[in-house]
Design a protein around this ligand. Structure first.
Ligand SMILES: *[C@@H]1O[C@H](CO)[C@@H](O)[C@H](O)[C@H]1NC(C)=O
Length: 497
């Protein structure tokens, strides 16, 4: 018996692989998106390390995942004035995509100066998984190790894959097939059947192509050269990766094309824990009609919020006295009544799953969208940046959420939209339906992600997926523009005289 145990322990340790995850510098949010897969792989017995460059210690990761943080001194993170001004006061536009790529590149430039970086770079790995956005360190390490040791590598979309990057993957996703990240806030609506909506989608796709496809590629290439890999381009990167793991839900209205190599791994629900005693006592007050949970994620900083916005929320929550309100808030002290509790950190998933929780007021970050769906909690969204606007719009179209415009709303809108969702049970019926579609699958989507990851490791240099031949073409060739130009020339020549 002991012998069998020993042999099986030996076998499983032989199968265990060394996997490196590389995340966007300073980003707890992106790290958190990759963590479930990293933890699931660690649970399978693999040796999993998460590498992130950061100004601050990002803490333990749990679930058997090791961390390797590189200490930054000078690189900016997203909590700077310029970005926070965009967050609170402006529409998010595709031309604003360049700065985070610069941050990622600056972080890499700082990292290569440190032995701690080379400890990671000099090791051999069985697989390198890199954040797909803003992370030149990960793309460079992946391509370098593939060239050097034949190590497979993969991209991980911590958000919805950018339109520009789907072009590099030759997925033929037409920009007008789904709302874009940059959907205007007013009016908060989009449909492909409207001409002007399609025009705005195409404009966003074109500007994003210039920002990300050209400028960010150039910035990132310069940084990647510092680690000794000089041939980076998006197109080469996507030809080089074995697959793209995607955290965004694949069933969230507006279907888009997929490849066998786009592995969606984020549509799963996990359980929740009971609340701490004092919080449980607070929310289970018999006088309360239910709990409202207000949280805007880890990136949005309240200290940078205009007075107008803070005052509107304070006035609104103070007005909703029939409810207990938990507000995940870090900033200057606020004057709120006793039915409101401010918490610097709240157990979000456990609160949303609590039976008394009736409404989530959220920024629409991807993890929050999924936690709302899993806990069947209707939402009022106030989106700020990145895919949040798209997610909020789709949620509204699917009938489980309402919307607040960060640039124009006041206390009354918060009260009106909240009461609307609280008093109409259709919102909850809709989210229950969405949840059933979200998790109704042949197998759990996280397990599926683990399956494909292990298969990519096992196959190593052999291909696992069919790749599209279009990935070898320039975009003008892929869109037949060269053939079309020839035709036009021919027509012109023959009709000339
Ligand atoms: C990494 O490898 C390079 C080249 O082989 C070597 O010069 C360097 O000292 C190594 N660094 C570490 C920290 O292992």
């Amino acid at each position: 018996m002991k012998l069998i145990f020993l042999i099986s322990a030996l076998v499983s340790s032989i199968d265990a692989s060394k996997i490196l995850f590389v995340g966007f510098s300073n980003s707890k949010s992106h790290l958190g998106s990759m963590l479930p897969l990293a933890q699931a792989l660690a649970k399978r017995g693999h040796d999993v390390t998460m590498y992130v460059e950061a100004l601050r210690d990002l803490g333990e990761l749990g679930g058997g995942v090791k961390h390797h943080y590189i200490k930054l001194q000078n690189t900016q993170d997203l909590s700077n004035n310029i970005f926070m001004d965009i967050v609170w006061n402006q529409e998010f536009l595709p031309e604003q995509m360049v700065p985070p790529y610069t941050m990622g590149s600056d972080a890499l430039a700082e990292a290569v100066e440190q032995d701690s970086f080379w400890q990671i770079a000099n090791q051999t790995w069985d697989l390198i998984v890199s954040d797909e956005v803003f992370t030149p360190t990960g793309w460079g390490l992946g391509m370098l190790h593939k060239k050097r040791d034949g190590t497979p590598h993969a991209a991980f979309s911590t958000t919805d894959t950018l339109q520009t990057l789907t072009t590099m993957l030759a997925l033929s996703r037409h920009p007008t097939n789904a709302p874009s990240y940059y959907t205007p806030h007013h009016p908060f609506a989009w449909h492909t059947k409207y001409f002007m909506d399609r025009v705005s989608s195409v404009r966003h796709a074109a500007v994003e192509y210039i920002s990300v496809g050209i400028i960010a590629e150039w910035v990132s290439r310069g940084a990647i050269e510092l680690m000794g890999y000089s041939d980076f381009s998006w197109s080469k990167y996507y030809q080089d990766v074995s697959m793209v793991l995607i955290d965004y839900p694949d069933r969230f209205a507006w279907p888009v094309t997929q490849g066998s190599d786009t592995v969606y791994t984020g549509s799963f629900c996990r359980g929740s824990k009971p609340l701490p005693d004092d919080l449980e006592r607070f929310v289970s007050d018999p006088a309360s009609k239910g709990t409202i949970y207000l949280a805007f994620g880890s990136v949005v900083q309240w200290d940078f919020a205009p007075r107008r916005i803070v005052n509107a929320f304070v006035e609104a929550v103070n007005h909703l006295t029939d409810y207990r309100i938990i507000w995940s808030y870090k900033g200057k002290s606020l004057n709120v009544k006793s039915h409101v509790r401010l918490m610097e950190w709240a157990p979000q998933n456990d609160l949303l799953n609590h039976p008394k929780t009736k409404l989530f007021i959220s920024h629409g970050g991807l993890k929050s969208v999924k936690e709302a769906i899993c806990s069947e909690t209707p939402v009022v969204y106030m989106p700020f940046f990145a895919e949040q606007t798209k997610s909020a719009l789709v949620a509204k179209q699917l009938g489980f959420a309402e919307y607040l415009n960060k640039m124009t709303f006041g206390a009354q809108e918060v009260i009106d939209q909240s009461t609307k969702v609280l008093n109409d049970e259709q919102y909850q019926k809709n989210i229950i339906q969405i949840k059933s579609l979200f998790i109704d699958r042949i197998m759990d989507q996280l397990d599926e992600g683990v399956f494909w990851t292990e298969k990519v490791i096992r196959y190593r240099e052999r291909p696992v997926f069919f790749r599209r031949a279009g990935m070898l073409l320039y975009w003008c060739q892929l869109l037949y523009l060269d053939a079309f130009a020839l035709l036009l020339c021919a027509l012109y020549l023959f009709s000339g005289k």
